[in-house]
Design a protein around this ligand. Structure first.
Ligand SMILES: *Cc1c(COP(=O)(O)O)cnc(C)c1O
Length: 392
């Protein structure tokens, strides 16, 4: 074995010892309330397919029709020759959903966050970031070369103190998840917006887990709170509740025009495949036309939450359909996920560095597509495995 491989093998063994090694599992079916894994039909409880749209017949049909008409690949970056019609239509509908002047589709949420933060701040600027922000926001901050000020989770007093220290920065940008991806709690957007006004800062929010979950038409947390106009930069993904792939930034026309010119993760990458844009567009239509999906998502989450809480599980500060079942040690979380697989439930142990050390958890996400029978069966299995591991 060459030297590099020997060293890498050693690092992997370290991860294994600490319960931090990750492995890929294969799903051999479409994404629904149940999936097939290793030939077994399992209840899927860790996807972000909140509204059950990833395999909706009309969403699939839209993707197929777009592939028939426009082909599969976009062929080039959007500024060169990859700006196909379905993307333009999708952007108009996203701007309409978000009530902004314009929207811009990116290849993924990771790319959007990297590109936007880097385009907006650099040396001499300051960016303020919640300590539990998604990794893509963290990486965007790191790459930007702006001064990065990390505030304690949802602690706007701490944010205020950091803003007070940064009055000499050329530009101030506050970035936060709106619904936090691994905890399911909400950012204090009203307070953040107020601080932004007082300290002349811009606000960027990542609504990856709020689109399709909260607000009129599923527009997100800012819309739910009536704060759309106060947010400068709205980011969201097409890959979670909307069941497709890709992401968007919504805001003023000048912001979008600037990003087209300066966001490197927009400029130097191939355009989103037209089938995915058409699928997301159709998913938005369904989300708007069938608000019962969002209601069902919340009632399903309430049902499962109640069963798990009643059994004695700690679900943290979640206020959303994301149910973080707090376990603590990574090895225990892995053991529980493995046991649940045997019992017919597909969940994944979320461990550091995705979450802070000692806070490993099972992140359980019921969707609108689950039946109460699915959720009861899953709850029984979760409670059984929790008892076996003496967690409850
Ligand atoms: C999933 C997620 C992203 C990344 O989106 P992708 O389209 O999967 O790259 C960004 N931010 C948050 C908060 C997310 O949960």
């Amino acid at each position: 074995m060459n030297r590099l491989d020997t060293e890498l093998r050693c690092s992997l063994a370290d991860l294994e010892r600490n319960g931090l090694r990750r492995n890929l599992r294969i799903i051999a079916s479409e994404h629904g309330p149940r999936v097939v894994h290793n030939g077994v039909n399992l209840i899927m409880l860790c996807s972000n397919n909140y509204l059950g749209l990833a395999a909706h017949p009309l969403v699939k049909k839209a993707a197929i029709a777009a592939a028939e008409r426009y082909g599969v690949g976009a062929g080039a970056s959007r500024l060169v020759a990859g700006n196909l019609e379905p993307i333009r239509r999708l952007e108009a509908n996203l701007a309409d959903l978000k009530k902004t002047e314009a929207a811009l589709v990116f290849g993924s949420g990771y790319l959007a966050n990297l590109g936007v933060i880097n385009a907006l701040v650099g040396p001499g600027d300051a960016v303020f970031s919640d300590e539990l922000n998604h990794a893509s926001l963290i990486d965007g901050c790191r790459l930007s070369k702006a001064a990065v000020r990390i505030y304690r989770h949802c602690d706007f007093d701490h944010l205020r103190a950091l803003l007070e220290q940064a009055v000499s920065a050329r530009r101030r940008l506050i970035v936060t998840d709106s619904i936090f991806s691994m905890d399911g709690d909400f950012a204090p957007l009203r307070e953040i917006v107020e601080l932004a006004r007082r300290f002349d800062a811009a606000v960027m929010i990542d609504e990856a887990h709020a689109v399709g979950v909260l607000g009129p038409d599923g527009a997100g947390l800012a819309a739910e709170l009536g704060l759309e106009k106060e947010i400068d930069v709205h980011v969201g993904t097409l890959s979670k509740a909307l069941g497709s792939y890709g992401a968007y930034v919504a805001g003023s026309s000048v912001l979008i025009d600037f990003l087209v010119n300066r966001a490197r993760s927009f400029i130097y990458t191939t355009g989103l495949p037209p089938a995915l844009a058409a699928a997301a567009d159709t998913a938005i239509e369904i989300m708007k036309a069938e608000p019962q999906r969002i209601r069902r998502l919340w009632s399903n989450a309430a049902h499962l939450r109640q069963r798990l809480a009643q059994a004695g599980f700690a679900l943290g500060s979640s206020r959303s359909p994301i149910l973080p079942l707090h376990i603590g040690e990574a090895q225990t979380a892995i053991a529980m996920a493995a046991r649940l697989l045997e019992l017919g439930v597909y969940v994944i142990a979320i461990r550091p560095p995705t979450v802070p050390a000692g806070t490993a958890r099972l992140r359980i996400t019921p969707t609108a597509a689950h039946s109460i029978a699915d959720l009861d069966e899953a709850a029984d299995a979760i409670i059984q495995s929790g008892r076996e591991l003496r967690l409850i």
